[in-house]
Design a protein. Structure first.
Length: 451
């Protein structure tokens, strides 16, 4: 207990790293700049606050790579997944959480842990000694980002993330909208009605696209040339790629039947997902936007069922900074030029709450191993965790490196299985069966007793 692990950033990755290290007996200090130093997206000073969405995406651990990552984190005793499970909301086959109670619960667990303390301060430089994990996420403060840039000698890489608006449920017109998960997915009636759907006719859809394209948008500041992350495109950017793009994306009408007019197939459908346990708030799924606030209200109220909508939060856009990790980090997630510093979370070039927390989980375990002089075997690339960390620390092409969600394309092929769409179900099941066996073996071989 003479060594302390310092973690900069109390988001998903920092919180998970702290939990893993503290449970292994290490003393941990989380350095969190909020609420003293605010960000564009955060509203509280809670640890693990969710800002862009309340979804952890698919929870299918047999056919989906992110669902498999959920499973692996649960097996490792992850605080993020345990708390998410305790605060989950109906979301069909996805895992969505009640974001405020979730963050409050993570904060309570971490602050109550005898090995964890939280120091509310901004870290604005890179430490020369000690054991550190930097998990500052997409909203790394300016001074620290500049210190990282100066150390690495590289121009900071970045893209833009957008945030979707949240609607008060009582202002949704259920005389036009209806409750249904796509294809009635879910084992219970509550799950099968986890989404509110707003239908648009062809004329309504065309008018909506016209208004979306004409609306006032937030302009980038001078010198900002970063693009968007493809998994989080603003809806107006999607619309600019073609008028039918939204109908084949977040507004696709398939798998849904309007009980108000069952004989009429909607031309497009806007879905809203519950954002809190009370069911008083709903976020508009996939409707990230950079429209100005006034324009958002005008455009979104064109959607049938939302004509009287009132918004608890409007959408927005923020810069997301990340490292060229294949160039700068070693296989242990350490900065090559300063191996006393590890990086974890979105700043490493993973995208998504789950992926960020997973890299925090791994960074925390790797730090403990180093502090105790224990040599850990590499995480098997056949696991979701291993596939992701291998990608960011050397598997990706450095010249074209961009943020990545976990996906089966990162996994080594299973010998003897055919490619193509027809064999996909068997192939994905083979990936997940292999991953589960290898992850269990790795956890058993690398167990670090609290000391």
């Amino acid at each position: 207990m003479t060594q302390t692990l310092h973690i900069v950033g109390g988001g998903m990755a920092g919180s998970e790293a702290a939990w893993q290290a503290a449970n292994a007996g290490r003393r941990v200090v989380i350095h969190e700049m909020r609420p003293g130093v605010e960000t564009f997206a955060h509203r509280t000073g809670h640890l693990a606050e969710m800002v862009c969405s309340n979804s952890f995406r698919s929870d299918d651990d047999e056919q989906n790579a992110v669902g498999l990552l959920h499973w692996e984190m649960r097996q490792a005793g992850g605080v993020i997944m345990t708390t998410a499970d305790a605060h989950k909301l109906p979301a069909g086959g996805a895992l969505a959480v009640d974001r405020d109670p979730f963050a409050e619960a993570v904060t309570a667990k971490l602050t109550a842990h005898p090995n964890i303390s939280v120091s509310y301060e901004e870290i604005d430089s890179l430490p020369d000694d000690g054991h550190w994990i930097i998990a500052t996420g997409p909203l790394t403060s300016g001074p620290l980002a500049e210190a990282i840039r100066a150390e690495t000698g590289a121009e900071a890489l970045a893209f833009f993330d957008a945030i979707a608006p949240i609607v008060y449920a009582e202002t949704i017109d259920m005389g036009q909208a209806w409750e249904q998960s796509r294809y009635d997915k879910g084992e219970t009636e509550v799950e099968q009605k986890a989404y509110i759907n707003c239908p648009l006719s062809r004329d309504q859809y065309e008018a909506f696209i016209d208004a979306l394209l004409a609306a006032d948008k937030t302009a980038f500041k001078e010198g900002e040339t970063a693009g968007y992350f493809d998994g989080c495109l603003p809806i107006e950017v999607m619309a600019e790629r073609g008028r039918e793009t939204l109908r084949h994306g977040p507004m696709k009408p398939i798998g849904l039947t309007n009980p108000h007019a069952p004989a009429e197939k909607p031309h497009a459908v806007v879905q809203l997902r519950r954002d809190n346990a009370l069911g008083t708030l709903y976020n508009i799924v996939g409707f990230q936007t950079k429209m100005k606030y006034g324009a958002q209200g005008d455009v979104f109220r064109m959607i049938p069922g939302l004509q009287d909508a009132k918004f608890a939060r409007l959408g927005g856009i923020h810069r997301n900074t990340f490292l060229n990790s294949p160039t700068l980090l070693d296989g242990q997630m350490r900065l090559k030029s300063r191996p006393n510093i590890r990086f974890a979370g979105q700043i490493t070039g993973v995208e998504g709450y789950v992926e960020s927390a997973a890299m925090g989980l791994l960074a925390g375990r790797l730090a403990v191993a180093e502090m105790t002089g224990t040599a850990l075997p590499p995480v098997p690339q056949t696991t979701a965790m291993g596939a992701l960390v291998t990608h960011i620390t050397g598997g990706a092409e450095a010249k074209t490196f961009q943020p990545m969600n976990v996906n089966f394309g990162l996994f080594p092929p299973v010998e003897g299985l055919k490619g193509g769409r027809r064999g996909r179900k068997d192939r994905y099941r083979a990936y997940t069966d292999r991953a589960k066996a290898d992850w269990r073996a790795w956890l058993a071989a690398t167990a670090l007793d609290a000391a």
